[in-house]
Design a protein around this ligand. Structure first.
Ligand SMILES: [Fe+2]
Length: 250
């Protein structure tokens, strides 16, 4: 009898949180379906680097031309080539990498590192732009204020995620399954799209805190690099990604 009551309670609990076909907590199938609504779902393990959307020296003085050149033409190029090589002649060569991310534990760790490196940098290039005094506005600013208290507080929380990430990794602003914003950090080339990442969602802003992203100009001063990053955030693109993510999680 006790077992029956517990079962009924359990069924009721999960039924209550599984409305509209959305499981609680969101499972890999939910995330794959959600990601499939994003334009970048077309990316596969055979995708190539997209052209950098600006010149190597366009983000100076925040990011120097030499760092951009090495970062794009050596590091990002290597992640892309390695991903292409690892997926060639496999049955997942033409599968969307976002789908692979939702069950990344099933694949070789080299794929996680290199497909992560391929996508994280592709995203990173788009959310930066030459210094223009841009700032968030509209619904995105409202959501930032609601979640973090103020834009300055958000910058502090995101900045600390980057500054305190031990070793190499990334800081993230992401949209969770409930449409709310969150800040997180990940090690290596992990990202919030991956099934192995604790805080899952759709990333809309990111910062590379690997030493290769800043060492020539800032040496060991990662905090200075993180603080300078705000001058070159492409808020127009972050807003576009935020709006796309909100539609996808609905
Ligand atoms: Fe990088």
């Amino acid at each position: 009898m006790k077992k029956l009551v517990l079962s009924v309670l359990a069924v009721s609990f999960f039924a209550a949180f599984s409305f509209a076909g959305k499981p609680f907590p969101p499972d890999n199938a939910y995330w794959n379906k959600t990601f499939s609504k994003l334009a970048e779902y077309q990316l596969t393990g055979q995708s190539k680097q997209l052209p950098l959307p600006y010149a190597y020296n366009a983000l100076e003085p925040t990011v120097d031309a030499k760092t951009m050149e090495i970062h794009y033409s050596k590091h990002h190029a290597a992640y892309t080539k390695n991903m292409n090589d690892l997926t060639a002649s496999t049955d997942y060569a033409s599968k969307p990498i976002f789908q692979l991310f939702t069950e990344i534990e099933k694949y070789p760790v080299g794929l996680k590192n290199n497909a992560g490196g391929f996508y994280n940098h592709l995203l990173f290039w788009t959310i930066m732009a030459p210094e223009s005094g841009q700032a968030p506005s509209g619904d995105l600013l409202k959501a930032i204020n609601e979640t973090f208290g103020s834009f300055d507080k958000f910058k502090e929380v995101f900045g600390n995620a980057g500054k305190k990430q031990f070793g190499s990794g990334w800081a993230w602003l992401l949209v969770k399954d409930d449409g709310k914003l969150a800040v997180s950090s990940t090690p290596n080339q992990d990202n919030p799209l991956m099934s192995t990442t604790e805080v899952r969602g759709i990333p809309v802003l990111t910062l590379d805190v690997w030493e290769h992203a800043y060492y020539l100009n800032y040496q060991n001063r990662r905090a200075d690099y993180v603080d300078a990053f705000w001058k070159i955030v492409n808020w127009k693109e972050v807003t576009r990604r935020y709006e796309e993510a909100l539609k996808a999680v609905k």
